[in-house]
Ligand binder design. Structure first.
Ligand code: ATR
Length: 285
């Protein structure tokens, strides 16, 4: 029996997950497929319900359903409840478990690709939306000395800081213009710089003002070299792009579905090749 996984969202056509998850299934010789499941709101209950079938491994969940799926699940695992979002559903004998691998995927990317362990360090998040929320909880759980949260809308930063503090994290809302001095790592969790937003030439802060040795991380992966990262590199700082977080959240999902270690290198290669293809196609159109 071919086992199935897929991505539930609306739209999903641009997701890279099918490319690198299929590559991972192939690399392990698994009889499994990863599909695109474009799901408008009114079809969400039915779509999630269908995952209870014996041929389904589970699913990934993306915009706009990461919060809306909660009522259709049987149990919550990992950090999904605290993060207030589910990005991975696992079918275990007809019971559906919700997980959030976004935050843990971010921390794994920091450790494995930037060789930066947040434990005992000060990490500033720019942004306080859904992505920042998952990352903030994962950092707090990884014994980060202080998680700073700056956001254009300051109220949202304060709210997220309160939630992380209530969960036992050391956290600080950063008011006013983002002051990026005195942090070991600065992470762009806003959509600024993302392809298609009209902000591609912008950066959420000026990396030139940071202390030497600061690590700059962008969670935007298209383009891979955002203005934020280019400015940081030009100021002599270390940088990490958004692709590793995408791959590691997918690797953790793969491991939850299959119980076997994810072939991370294969997943990186497949995603990079797909991104290159897309760039070539865009240049042609
Ligand atoms: P996601 O799930 O990707 O985090 P989101 O919840 O919509 O998406 O959050 C988007 C984040 O990008 C928010 O922190 C948002 O700031 P506001 O809360 O002030 O809206 C931030 N953002 C989007 N456009 C921005 C811009 N032009 N300048 C600064 N921050 C921006």
């Amino acid at each position: 029996m071919t086992r199935l996984a897929g991505i539930i969202g609306h739209p999903v056509a641009h997701s890279l997950s099918p490319v690198f998850q299929e590559a991972a299934f192939r690399a392990h010789g698994l009889d499994a497929r990863y599909e695109q499941w474009d799901t408008p709101n009114e079809q969400l209950a039915e779509r999630v319900g269908s995952l209870r079938g014996p041929d389904f491994l589970g699913a990934n969940v993306t915009i706009p359903h990461k919060e809306a799926v909660f009522p259709f699940l049987d149990e919550l695992g990992g950090q999904s409840a605290r993060a207030g979002a589910v990005n991975t559903i696992v079918n275990r004998d007809g019971r559906l478990f919700g997980f959030n691998t976004d935050g843990p995927g971010f921390v794994a990317a920091l450790r494995n690709e930037a060789h930066f362990d947040p434990a005992g360090h000060r990490v500033l998040l720019l942004g306080a939306g859904g992505a920042a929320r998952g990352i903030a909880f994962a950092l707090a759980e990884s014994r980060t000395e202080t998680v700073g949260i700056w956001n254009r809308t300051a109220d949202r930063a304060r709210r997220l800081a309160r939630d992380v503090e209530a969960a036992g994290g050391e956290v600080q809302a950063v008011p006013g213009a983002a002051d990026i001095r005195r942090w070991d790592c600065v992470v762009n969790c806003t959509s600024v710089g993302m392809h298609g937003t009209g902000t591609e030439a912008k950066s959420p802060c000026d990396p030139a003002t940071a202390a030497p040795g600061t690590l700059f991380v962008d969670i935007v992966y298209a383009p891979e070299d955002t203005t934020f990262l280019r400015q940081a590199a030009a100021s002599g700082h270390k940088t990490l792009g958004g692709l590793p977080m995408l791959i590691y959240q997918g690797a953790l999902a793969f491991e939850l579905w299959t119980g076997i270690p994810a072939p991370v290198d294969v997943m990186f290669d497949a995603a990079r090749a797909a991104l290159k293809d897309r760039q070539r196609q865009e240049l042609r159109t």
